[in-house]
Design a protein around this ligand. Structure first.
Ligand code: UN1
Length: 488
């Protein structure tokens, strides 16, 4: 790609320049390469988007769910057909490898198709009544205009898993994607428009945190769904509470993999590597802590060190690359500062640790795959989410201690446990306090038909996906239904 793509906001079915400052999106692998550029949305575009979404919300809510769903199913086909091209754009702009980028676009298509078809499933419940001649229905209704704020790390899959249920259950949307990676947002909005979404039902505003704040504060917004950092998520939750609107916030993680002595260690090593270093560790579900029992620790940690040092790091568009850069200079700086602090606090580098000093890896925003073994009094890296390719390791003397260490976090998004012992597995299901638990697979991953979200401070409000998505994006009306004729 040589000519940068022109970014536009999508408001009331029209592609518009914003009235605010310029936005320039560059490739994190080659920062001088401009991928896309345009003008950010200002308050006028925001007001217009919210007004448009409010104007059409009644009509959209009254559109048969089947028709709403059919638009999403059509959009799924368009997204799927574009997967190769958009997957490459995603890799260029965000930095994950091309196969991961293509995989993400296909996943967005799968999500659109799932929710499109879900439109035809149940529309509520019916109960018997304690009174003669009466039935009680619990119907579901959309919330209205939903503000959607999405992160850089899954620039099409996360928007799809928020926007698809919002739309299929009858809401209209005002959406602000991360300003660092805006291109795929335009692609998704275009696919939905081409699939026949009526004007105003989905509005896309490109911009930074200020646009997000304005969405959250806007009196015309009826609910907010957010994925991103813990700090921003808590502010949004507070702002939502102050305005009395529901908020769904999916935030941080410090996800542990626990490897017990009886595990298949080859499988465990493969999966821990995927969990820690795919997408350069920039997933809220990434494995950032490893707990390994003493009996196997020396060998297992050495094996991981070997694999991490041999990881093929480079331009995410090139064949055979296993890890690309992190998203931007600020991310590289803060991740490296976290590594440096850990080293100062006594961590022992097993792999990585030092920034790249020359060539393409130093010119791009690359951080080496880093494994740090921690002394028992835990450095900050044990608790703080760095959102990068950094795995902090601790040893445990027993299974109990391993589980206690896994729970030693304010977060509780996901965890992975590696064992072939059924008793330990059942104990882990009971003891490890997370929203998503993987037994013998990496800590990342999600499916549209089952709940996604964290325990403890990882999430706020209803979880995403599956039936939980319906819970968040609709409210219930309890209807006491009797015939109109007086009964004797
Ligand atoms: C995944 O693990 O594949 O922001 C999805 C995130 C999560 C999504 C993770 N909300 O990384």
């Amino acid at each position: 790609m040589t000519t940068p793509v022109q970014l536009h906001n999508f408001v009331e079915g029209q592609w518009l320049d914003g009235a605010d400052g310029t936005i320039v999106s560059t490739s994190p692998a080659e920062p001088e390469l401009v991928v896309a550029e345009g003008r950010m949305a200002g308050t006028a575009e925001l007001d217009r988007a919210v007004a448009a979404a409010a104007r059409v919300k009644r009509e959209w809510a009254r559109t048969p769910a089947h028709e709403r769903g059919a638009i999403l199913v059509r959009a799924a086909g368009l997204v799927e057909n574009a997967a190769q091209e958009w997957g490459a754009e995603l890799a260029l702009e965000e930095g994950k490898t091309k196969p991961e980028g293509i995989g993400e676009v296909l996943r967005a298509a799968q999500i659109l198709r799932y929710y499109g078809n879900d439109a035809d499933r149940d529309a509520g419940e019916m109960f018997s009544s304690p009174r003669r001649g009466e039935r009680i229905l619990v119907t579901r209704k959309p919330l209205g205009v939903v503000g959607v704020i999405t992160p850089f790390n899954f620039p099409i899959a996360i928007p799809a898993w928020k926007i698809a249920p919002a739309l299929t259950y009858g809401n209209t949307v005002v959406w602000k994607p991360a300003s660092t990676v805006p291109l795929l947002a335009m692609r998704l909005a275009q696919a939905l428009a081409d699939a026949g979404l009526p004007d105003g039902v989905l509005n896309l505003l490109i911009g930074g945190g200020a646009v997000g704040n304005r969405i959250v504060e806007h009196p015309g917004i009826d609910a907010v769904t957010f994925t991103g950092s813990t700090g921003v998520g808590r502010k949004i939750a507070a702002a939502g509470a102050a305005r009395g609107v529901p908020v769904q916030a999916e935030m941080g993680g410090k996800n542990a993999a626990v490897v017990l002595g009886d595990a298949d260690l080859d499988l465990a090593a493969e999966q821990v590597m995927f969990g820690a270093f795919r997408s350069a560790g920039q997933k809220c579900t990434a494995t950032s802590r490893l707990i390994v029992t003493d009996d196997i620790a020396d060998d297992f940690v050495a094996e991981l060190g070997k694999r991490a040092s041999a990881l093929n790091v480079g331009n995410p568009l090139h064949d055979g690359i296993e890890m690309g850069p992190v998203v931007n200079a600020a991310a590289r700086t803060s991740i490296q500062a976290g590594i440096d602090r850990a080293l100062d606090q006594g961590a022992r580098p097993i792999a990585g640790g030092q920034p790249y000093s020359d060539g393409a890896l130093a010119a791009g925003y690359f951080v080496p795959p880093t494994i740090l073994e921690l002394p028992s009094q835990s450095p900050d890296v044990w608790r703080e989410e760095l959102f990068g390719p950094v795995l902090a390791v601790r040893r445990a003397a027993s299974v109990d201690e391993a589980f206690a260490l896994a729970n030693d976090s304010e977060f509780g998004l996901s965890a992975a446990i590696f064992t072939q012992d059924l008793t330990r597995t059942l104990d882990a299901i009971d003891d490890i306090d997370v929203g998503i638990l993987h037994i013998n697979s990496e800590s990342a991953g999600a499916d549209p038909h089952v709940p996604f979200g964290g325990a403890k401070k990882s999430g706020y409000g209803p979880k995403e996906q599956g039936r939980s998505a319906r819970e968040f994006f609709t409210h219930t009306t309890t209807v006491y239904l009797r015939g109109g004729e007086a009964r004797k």
